[in-house]
Design a protein around this ligand. Structure first.
Ligand code: SF4
Length: 367
């Protein structure tokens, strides 16, 4: 067995088996045979952890206003080219309920970052209404940025189960290179601790392909997920947005997809029993990008459950797919895509990450 295969065998044998320097060897692989072996080993671990099934999470993009100014993001405060919207409360609840009725086991409410009492109370009301309009095991997921512990606690009390907050990079210096000076890596890291302490199922993730990022940076990101005991991982490629200060950064579509698949595979091999999303952005890189991610170890897809009229205004990156499909069309398209690779959709299943279930006796922790 050569040293690459040896690393794969050790990683597959147990969670957290490799050091960052060893994970970096997996992430840096460029030999086609090694990349194939990496993804196959990861897929075998996924089959053991969650089976040949994809869990669906209906995505409701509830508003695109943001107080932050991240240098890579189309929703950044200073991007005057974006038309801002906020979906009325009753419509957000209707969209989440429709995701439930379509058989998705969970819905994620996502928006730019707003810190205000008005916004906190609005989300509280929405979460309570969704909880009342769906089944107790329908998972309500929030992705609303950095907030105080008190705000996270209020939303948890209202009935939210999960929270997604990407750290973007575990390297504070790299973080500083893609954010304005008043954005704090430390605060973001602290938010992840707050969320875990409140009993949320916690999701985090990173971007890869950031200018100046090394294979060891990405390997440390993957080990960071283990260190913070994340339950869910959502990662995506850096795709330069023409309306941002990082518009001219180098970008190669083909290599971005190959790197994405390798990072997903290395993450599955390191974490074993977490949920890993096949990011919608992968479909920008190749029409079958998300399916290939499932075959490299991902197990979650996020069909868009937002009304069509809002979708074009929610573009973190340009070229976002599925702008014209109805939610029903997204449902049909995704299930056909999943069937084509020999997997099935776990309909009406919240897809609680096995890692979280193991920590909490197999189920949902009460708020
Ligand atoms: S990445 Fe998030 S916090 Fe940053 S500008 Fe975009 S929406 Fe706002």
């Amino acid at each position: 067995m050569n040293s690459f295969d040896n690393l794969l065998a050790r990683a597959a044998a147990g969670r957290g088996a490799l050091r960052p320097e060893e994970l970096a060897v997996l992430v840096a692989a460029r030999d086609p045979a090694e990349r194939k072996a990496l993804r196959e080993a990861a897929y075998a671990v996924k089959l053991r952890a969650t089976g040949p099934r994809a869990f669906l999470r209906g995505l409701v993009e509830i508003g695109n206003a943001c107080a932050k100014n991240c240098l890579y993001c189309g929703l950044r405060r200073d991007n005057a080219a974006t038309h801002r919207y906020m979906i009325p409360e009753a419509d957000v609840v209707r969209m989440a309920r429709s995701a439930f009725e379509m058989g998705y086991g969970s819905a994620v409410l996502q928006s730019g970052e707003i810190e205000s009492e008005e916004n906190t109370a609005r989300i509280e009301r929405i979460v309570r209404a969704i909880r009342a309009a769906t089944a107790p095991d329908f998972a309500i997921v929030l992705s609303l940025g950095e907030q105080t512990r008190e705000v996270y606690a209020r939303w948890r009390d209202a009935g939210a189960d999960r929270y997604l907050l990407r750290i973007e990079t575990s390297n504070p210096e790299l973080y500083a290179s893609i954010h304005p000076a008043d954005h704090s890596w430390k605060r973001r890291r602290g938010c992840l601790s707050d969320l875990a302490s409140l009993g949320y199922q916690v999701g985090t993730g990173v971007m890869f392909g950031i200018p100046g990022q090394t294979a060891l940076d990405i390997a440390r990101d993957i080990d960071f997920f283990r260190e913070v005991d994340a339950d869910m991982i959502g990662m995506g490629p850096f795709v330069p947005n023409p309306e941002t200060p990082m518009a001219g950064a180098p970008f190669d579509k083909t290599e971005a997809l190959e790197l994405a698949l390798d990072v997903i595979a290395a993450t599955r091999l390191h974490l074993h029993d977490c949920n890993i999303a096949a990011a919608t952005a992968l479909q920008v890189l190749a029409p079958d990008g998300r399916e290939r991610a499932l075959l490299a170890g991902a197990n979650v897809m996020m069909p868009n459950a937002t009304d069509r009229q809002y979708r074009a205004d929610y573009q973190l990156y340009k070229g976002k797919p599925c702008l014209d499909e109805t939610s029903g069309q997204c449902r049909g398209c995704l299930s056909a895509r999943i069937a084509r690779i020999g997997e099935t959709v776990a309909w009406n299943d919240p897809g609680t990450p096995p890692h979280y279930a193991a920590k909490h006796g197999g189920g949902r922790a009460e708020p």
